[in-house]
Design a binder for this molecule. Structure first.
Ligand SMILES: Cc1ncc(COP(=O)(O)O)c(C=O)c1O
Length: 352
């Protein structure tokens, strides 16, 4: 009841029926006029007082605040925003470079759509059972939060899976859980690239990497893709060695080429000599029409030049927003620091 009275009085103040300085009726009078308890009236007045709409002068009643901003008193309806003068808000240089990524908008399901697993076949009942079972035995400490690097048992499971299934050489200490390969890319770009620094990208390539690199102000150098993957020799002929190379060696996006062993070894050796780091985007390389998935380039890396990223978006479903990064040991702390600054840690229940 007090919410109703509070709302009525507030509306009267905002649309000017009760002018600044106007005296509100005494609580006792209002209570008898509306057949309400006095406590209800007092609670409504207290709420208006705490929000600054009215002021109580002891012994002399309650008055509409004089200090209400004029434009608040002028509110006539729900369309007030459209009447606000257009404001130019000063943005950071990062924000000025940001462009929305159209690929992040979910599109209707249909066959042969890039990045889209057969979601209509996803075993939702089984998933619901597993999730419910996990939730039922959740501990209070899990609800409290966790490590920036991610949920330890999941990091161990991912390390074991990547060792066996993708030939990745890593320990659980090098694995970070992130909200998908997209975040892995964004995090890596922010940590490694300064505005104006060059980054190589496959041409054609994954547009989601382009938006990330443009947002950090990197200069994108396009390197063609041939039958063996990213054409290293063409890139070297045209461009200087960059800070970072973005590549999809397992399953080139969008052509589907698998980078040859010869090309992988050449790329790794050149990266070692030129001090370049390679971002290996392993998104959806689990899927092949024939044979076993080709092991990751990271497994061939003997000098710690590869940052490896993968995702559960394609093997489970994109809305899960879970992926992983495998970084060289000396980079673990800086990646964990970045995660702790932006999100503390990825959502824990989904990881558990
Ligand atoms: C090549 C490639 N890399 C990364 C991503 C981002 O995936 P995630 O959903 O894990 O963020 C996609 C998504 O379609 C992709 O196609």
């Amino acid at each position: 009841m007090y919410r109703w009275l509070y709302g009525e009085l507030r509306a009267a103040i905002l649309d000017g029926r009760l002018r600044p300085g106007a005296r509100l009726p005494a609580t006792r009078d209002l209570a008898s006029a509306y057949h309400l308890s006095r406590a209800t009236i007092v609670t409504a007045f207290d709420q208006l007082k705490s929000e600054g709409y009215v002021e109580g002068r002891s012994g002399s009643g309650t008055y509409v605040s004089e200090v209400l901003p004029e434009h608040l008193l002028d509110v006539h309806g729900p369309h007030q925003e459209s009447r606000l003068p257009h404001r130019r808000i000063a943005l950071s240089s990062y924000a000025r470079r940001l462009q929305p990524f159209r690929g992040s908008v979910a599109r209707p399901l249909r066959a042969f759509r890039a990045h889209q697993p057969a979601l209509d076949l996803f075993p939702t009942n089984l998933w619901a059972q597993v999730a419910a079972r996990r939730l039922r035995r959740v501990s209070a400490s899990l609800l409290a939060g966790g490590e920036a690097l991610g949920y330890r048992p999941l990091r161990e499971a991912v390390a074991a899976y990547l060792n066996i299934s993708r030939g990745v050489k890593c320990t659980a200490e090098q694995v970070l859980i992130v909200s998908g390969a997209q975040e892995a890319l964004d995090r890596t770009a922010r940590i490694l690239l300064n505005p104006g620094e060059p980054v190589w990208m496959e041409e054609p390539g994954y547009p989601g990497a382009g938006v990330v690199f443009r947002a950090v102000g990197a200069r994108i150098r396009r390197v063609p893709v041939d039958a063996e993957g990213l054409a290293l020799a063409s890139g070297r002929k045209k461009w200087q060695a960059p800070r970072l190379v973005y590549a999809t060696p397992g399953h080139q996006f969008p052509l589907g080429v698998t980078m040859s062993l010869r090309r992988r070894l050449a790329l790794l050796e050149w990266a070692r000599r030129s001090g370049t780091l390679i971002f290996e985007d392993d998104y959806d390389s689990e899927y092949r029409y024939s044979g076993r998935p080709i092991p990751a380039m990271q497994g061939l890396d003997r000098s710690g030049v590869v940052i490896f990223a993968g995702s559960f978006s394609a093997v489970l479903f994109p809305a899960l927003r879970l992926g992983y990064l495998v970084v060289p040991p000396e980079m673990v702390d800086i990646f964990a620091a970045a995660e702790s600054v932006t999100t503390h840690h990825p959502p824990l229940l989904e990881q558990a």
